[in-house]
Every structure is written in C-alpha cells, then in structure tokens.
Design a protein. Sequence first.
Length: 129
Amino acid sequence: MTTSIAPDEILVEVRLPVMPAGAGFAIEEFARRHGDFAIAAVTAVILREGRGCARARIATAGISSHSERLRAAEQVLEQHGLGEDAIAQAAEAAAEAVEPLSDRQGSAAYRRQLTQVLTERAVRRAAAA
C-alpha cells in the first residue's frame, strides 16, 4: 500500500492516452465491505468493430504484487471477437496469466478465481457500453 518513490523523489508528470471514441470501459472489483481496498479488481476497455473487437485492454489491481495487463486475454478477444465463448476463453486466459498473492484477505486460488469472474464481468460491461 505504498509507492516505490524514494523519500527524495517526486512524481511530476503522468501521461495517459486518450480513450478512443466509441470505446466502452468497465471496472469490476471485489472488497469485503464497501469502501475497503479491493481484494481483486479488473478494468477493461473495449473498442468494438461491428461484432468484433478492434482493441481490448484489460488490467488487474490487488491480485498480484503489482497491477498488470492481461495481454493473453486481450489477444483472445481481438482474435475471436466478443461472443460468449470468446469472453469465457479470455477470462480463463486472464486467470492463468496472473501470479496471485496469498494473504489474510484471500488465498492465491481465491484471487485467481476472482480474476476469472471479474474479467468476464468487466469485458461484458465494457463491450455493452
């Protein structure tokens, strides 16, 4: 729950790309109580192309020691579209790709399962937006 910035350093700039027009996004998180830090969270940005997926960006929070992109899941969607089977395959790929933490909030297996469930939910919501 701390940054990696040293006491004598200061963050002076953050650059984020503009989300493409027409892209949908969703954030799904699981916490024990509303307002608590998330035990697991997944964010998805989906740019549709007809029934297909022109671009997918999926990232985690709270699952591993650091946030990370779920590139294998993104590739599944970009190659196979946004159908039920493709979304389920992407969620499975997401769960396989993470190296989850195990702590008093949840085991690694629990966080892996949350990764799969939250990825599926986030992708569905982002694709529908």
